[in-house]
Design a protein around this ligand. Structure first.
Ligand SMILES: [Zn+2]
Length: 256
């Protein structure tokens, strides 16, 4: 049998010695044949993240501006209300993507102190680009749905609250309501409930004593380089090199 095989191979001048042998015709010499079609076992994960952001509300800036933010979630919060401050320059690459270890490490270092609800909200809302911690202050809670035994929201749970930043033109604080949800699944009524919650939060924002009225949200332009300015008032080192106002305390940044 082996001799028969070698003879056949050597008879073909296009196959040099030592080249891999070609498959023999089916049924002969017990050679394994390649099937016409490969039977594949399929694997798939569909992740679904979604969110909504309202128009902005212009607020009278003042020393108490930020301390007003958590009160805008009263009556709607289902878990504790957490405040996530803008990230300083050493966290400017922070991204919740585990396959990028350096960015993921920054992200974990910045956010491991927060609750599972807030971390879930940050993953969803940062992934879909609904908030940007280069300039946003994010105030967060669970708004609807359930958490699992570890405290992490289910895919149909709605998280969020308000996001605030300083208007680069006027120095006013701009507050918008922002909600998000998602994970390994999607439910039909989540979008409708989220729209209701978004409106409910916006109503609270507008009812605040410092609210001046609705305004278009003009998001600050994120930093392109590693520039960054240090706030002379609070010491915050901004990764947002074109910021006119300190993302953290709202005071005017001084350029050197
Ligand atoms: Zn500052």
């Amino acid at each position: 049998m082996p001799l028969d095989f070698l003879k056949r191979r050597n008879a073909d001048p296009s196959v040099p010695d030592g080249a891999p042998a070609q498959a023999a015709p089916a049924g002969r010499h017990g050679t394994i044949t390649l099937p016409e079609e490969v039977v594949a076992q399929e694997f798939q994960l569909k992740l679904y993240y979604a969110g909504k952001s309202s128009e902005g509300v212009r607020m009278q800036a003042g020393p108490n501006a930020f301390s007003e933010l958590p009160s805008m979630l009263h009556g709607l919060a289902r878990t504790e209300i957490e405040v996530v401050e803008p990230l300083p320059i050493e966290f400017s690459q922070a991204t919740p993507i585990i396959a990028r270890p350096s960015e993921a490490m920054q992200w974990l270092n910045a956010h491991h102190v927060h609750s599972p609800v807030t971390r879930h909200a940050l993953v969803v809302l940062e992934t879909i680009d609904a908030i940007d911690l280069a300039f946003d202050t994010f105030v967060c809670t669970l708004l609807d749905g359930e958490v699992d035994t570890s405290g992490y929201p289910e895919y149909s749970a709605i998280v969020g609250g308000v996001a605030a930043h300083w208007d680069e033109a006027t120095g006013d604080m701009i507050v918008r309501s922002v909600v998000g949800w998602g994970g390994k699944g999607v439910r039909g009524d989540t979008d409708r409930i989220a729209a209701k919650l978004l409106a409910g939060i916006l109503t609270n924002v507008l009812a605040n004593q410092y609210a001046l009225g609705l305004t278009a949200v003009d998001r600050p332009v994120p930093a392109a380089g590693r520039g960054g300015l240090v706030c002379a008032h609070c010491g915050f080192a901004s990764a947002h090199e074109r910021a006119f106002y300190c993302p953290k305390c709202g005071m005017r940044l001084l350029r050197g």
